[in-house]
Design a protein around this ligand. Structure first.
Ligand code: 26Q
Length: 833
């Protein structure tokens, strides 16, 4: 891959694309870096702190992606291959530079080039801001999927929104979460290419009209709309050393004309410019809700904006290749809906095919149903999206017509299968009747798709038996499971270099593209030399995290302690409270003179700004932390740290350093979890409930290498109705003392009452999360974990076996599963490969 540039090649795009690829050696990279830094960015002096260093490095790397990118596009175009569009309101990409260099295979060369200027590539990499265009698991999953699809040469394009403001930054003030805007584009985002030539128009408002066309056919149209321009920005997604570069296309909203001339001539210049603003608002900010809090009109605009722009983009590409012949469209196109957030695409595809491309209903419906596939990510009934019909009528009247028509035909189908079963019709209808009729987006997605999947085996089973039971009965063949994964390129190779090297020394580097290769580590689990090397690496990583913790919080952390970590969105069902109760329990035990394994408990995560209880939990963690960390009796024994502003880059530092991974949700509530997989891959041992993918993790690693506790889904269901947390607290001295201390105000001396609502929630018989029910079992499991940690060799063995057993939890496997059962894509064949 280091051919010299062909000096005889003519400039002009076609010739350039066919020229040999740029050289990948340090000399060439240095030359390009210098060019971009000096000539393009116009900077003269190399200052270690300059943001332009980062930009110049990105441009040098991007050049090497660019040529592979157009070769990938060309190959897909040439073969007219079947492709998948992954529609998602979130892509939580994090930093892109290390990943690009790793996948191109030029990390050492780039480091070398910068070294010659006295610069450290690591500093440059660390200066990149996270692209935080997502809330948590669902958004990060989409990002891991893209990496794996490119690596498997699968023709998959991601479609999303280019939010001006991503996930908010979290600051902690007096223990409280303060949100600060994430203006991640402020210094420019050098990875993206604006593609104004592919802009699309998206319509809102107006009214739905019926007319007769020239041939006497009744047609529908959408008139008097307010239009918004969708401008795509493309980001390259490189595969791992296979020369494939896929695309993430993010839409940005603007007014269709610079400003409206009519209004301008009428003298209202300011109003005309303000119209511009209204359009731009659509893609201004990511909604920071991890779940629920439905119903914001701007959010519906975002969803429709993404669906409409993406579908129009795909259709216009289709028409370029096939004209107005849609016979093969469904055979060549698949849409994967990342939860119901883009589910309006079902109705929008119908609208485009019928109103714009003049297909009949049946033909359009057959195409839609054969091309859409839906992934569900939640089991919380309150998190299922619904929209008021009235809002739809105002914003998307023609789309509403179509949803009603889909529903009418669907209800006919139900009554054919279950004549006279009106309850069933009411249960399954796409419209939930009531004083404010609502559209059920999940049902629209199911009715309009050929595939419906959950994200872990347990989750998929519970969907079939619970939330979507009626639908699974009607169409059992539609329902399937695709257990989540994570990409080992980011979550091991890139974020844990020392461990990656140790592993590669032992078993070769096959694991970077076939994670089950890690299984070969198992035979060294008891090898003393390997164990020593393993511990040394983990110690290095813990020291690195300790430094980061000190930078962020000022607390001095001892890397020899057990690192007990829970990082994820703050939500009651994830039960950070249970973790906190255990911290208080340990605090009391140590004060009572008991010896325990020295522990550092780390909790991190953001609360949705409107989620009052979650924000209280953050405050409570910080208050307890304050008391514990300033008590001399805890010195060297127990620390509790809240990790502020947790994000993707933070996890890259945290997961290689964790000993114990907390996956402690109430059984039946966490759809899958993916943090659990990142920790496991890096050698942490899990303490967890039988929830989400924990079940499969435990199966893979063996029950003796997993600290299980808590009620099962069935036991939780059985306990409801006769649950009495206060009785549990009264019957358990240790638990009683924990609650008593919290209720005494010990942790909020000068803030009386601040934790009353939290404490009440634990004592509430209707507490959906049943925190008290699992307390004793959790504490016992924690004690078993601590005992196991005392046995150094035993723990190291468990650590190695966890990593060795993580092979199934690669998104490479997940994407192969999607491809075999849902997408059926042929890999892209590049010229000369
Ligand atoms: C809802 C309404 C309005 C605005 C935003 C939202 C919203 C946004 C994000 C609702 C849900 C989300 C994200 C959900 C999510 O991340 N779910 C997680 O998905 C992971 C990947 O499948 C699973 O591993 C987790 O178990 C699941 O919680």
């Amino acid at each position: 891959m280091s051919a010299k540039p062909d000096k005889s090649a003519k400039a002009g795009s076609i010739e350039l694309l066919q020229a040999p690829n740029l050289p990948m050696d340090a000399d060439a990279i240095l030359q390009d870096f210098t060019h971009y830094f000096g000539r393009m960015l116009g900077r003269r002096t190399i200052d270690v702190k300059s943001p332009f260093l980062y930009q110049a490095v990105v441009y040098a790397a991007r050049d090497r992606l660019m040529e592979r990118w157009s070769q990938t596009r060309k190959a897909a175009q040439r073969d007219d291959t079947r492709r998948t569009a992954y529609l998602s309101l979130e892509f939580l990409m994090g930093r892109l530079l290390r990943n690009a260099l790793l996948n191109l295979g030029i990390e050492d060369e780039t480091a070398d080039a910068l070294n010659r200027l006295g610069l450290d590539l690591e500093d440059v990499i660390d200066s990149e801001r996270d692209a935080g265009l997502g809330n948590g698991g669902l958004g990060r999953l989409a990002a891991c999927f893209l990496d794996s699809c490119a690596t498997l040469s699968l023709p998959v394009i991601g479609y999303g929104i280019r939010y001006q403001y991503g996930m908010f930054h979290q600051r902690i003030e007096n223990g409280y979460q303060i949100e600060e805007p994430d203006s991640w584009l402020r210094e420019g985002f050098p990875w993206e290419i604006e593609r104004i030539e592919y802009a699309q128009t998206v319509r809102f408002g107006g009214r739905s009209i019926v007319y007769e066309d020239g041939n006497g056919v009744t047609r529908h149209a959408w008139a008097d709309t307010e239009d918004v321009l969708a401008v795509p920005y493309d980001i390259p997604i490189p595969g791992y050393r296979n020369n494939v570069v896929n695309t993430l296309r993010l839409w940005s909203a603007s007014a269709p004309h610079a400003f409206d001339l009519g209004e301008f001539n009428a003298g209202s210049y300011a109003d005309a410019v303000a119209t511009q603003n209204e359009a731009q608002n659509i893609t201004m900010v990511l909604y920071p809700n991890a779940d629920s809090e439905n119903g914001q009109e701007l959010r519906l605009r975002q969803q429709y904006f993404l669906a409409s722009a993406s579908l129009q983009d795909l259709l216009s590409g289709w028409i370029t290749r096939h004209g107005e012949n849609f016979e093969d469209f469904a055979a060549k196109t698949c849409f994967q809906l990342n939860d119901t957030h883009p589910a309006i695409a079902v109705a929008e595809l119908m609208r485009l095919l019928i109103d714009v491309h003049e297909l009949g209903w049946d033909e359009a419906w057959a195409i839609t149903q054969k091309s859409m596939a839906y992934t569900n990510h939640t089991l919380l009934p309150e998190a299922l999206e619904t929209w008021p019909v009235s809002m739809f009528r105002r914003l998307l009247p023609r789309v509403l017509d179509i949803i009603y028509e889909i529903n009418a035909r669907f209800i006919v189908e139900i009554s054919q299968q279950w004549p006279g079963d009106n309850d069933r019709i009411a249960r399954m209808s796409l419209i939930r009747e009531g004083s404010e009729p609502m559209i059920r987006m999940a049902y629209l997605a199911i009715v309009g798709s050929f595939s419906v999947n959950g994200v872990a085996e347990l989750h998929s089973r519970l969907l079939r038996e619970g939330l979507f039971r009626d639908f699974a009965e009607m169409w059992p063949e539609r329902f399937n499971n695709k257990t989540n994964g994570v990409t080992q390129r980011r979550w091991l190779a890139a974020c844990n270099k020392p461990l990656a090297e140790l592993i590669t020394d032992k078993i070769g580097d096959g694991w970077t593209t076939e994670l089950t290769e890690l299984g070969r580590l198992a035979e060294f689990a008891d090898d003393p030399d390997f164990q020593r090397a393993w511990r040394k690496v983990r110690q290095t990583n813990k020291t690195r995290l300790a430094r980061d913790l000190q930078d962020r919080t000022g607390l001095v952390v001892n890397p020899a302690t057990l690192f007990d970590v829970q990082v994820k969105r703050i939500h009651e069902y994830k039960r950070q409270l249970l973790n906190l109760l255990h911290a208080v329990y340990l605090y009391q035990r140590i004060r009572g003179g008991h010896e325990t394994v020295p522990r550092t408990i780390i909790i991190g995560g953001k609360a949705a700004p409107g989620y009052v209880m979650a924000k209280k939990i953050i405050k409570c963690i910080n208050n307890v932390s304050q008391v514990i960390n300033s008590d001399p009796a805890m010195e060297g024994r127990l620390q509790l740290i809240f990790y502020p502003d947790y994000n993707v880059s933070a996890m890259e530092l945290i997961c290689p350093a964790a000993d114990l991974s907390e996956q402690i949700s109430t059984a039946g509530k966490e759809a899958s979890g993916t943090g659990n997989m990142k920790f496991m891959m890096n050698g942490a041992v899990t303490i967890g409930t039988l929830d989400g993918a924990n079940v499969e993790i435990r199966e893979a690693v063996g029950e003796e290498n997993f600290f299980l506790f808590g009620l099962t889904v069935e036991e939780i269901a059985e306990l409801r109705g006769r649950y009495s947390p206060s009785a549990i607290i009264d019957a358990d001295d240790g638990f009683g003392r924990v609650i008593a201390m919290l209720e005494s105000g010990h942790f909020n001396r000068f803030e009386p009452g601040v934790f009353d609502s939290i404490l009440q929630s634990i004592r509430e018989p209707s507490d959906p999360w049943m925190t008290a029910a699992d307390f004793r079992s959790f504490v016992d499991a924690q004690e078993r974990a601590a005992d196991a940690y005392r046995d150094r060799a035993g723990w190291t063995r468990m650590s190695i076996l966890n990593s060795a057993s993580s092979g199934r939890f690669s998104t490479d496997r997940t994407m192969r599963d999607y491809n075999e059962d849902i997408w059926n894509l042929d890999p892209i064949l590049l010229d000369g490969t």
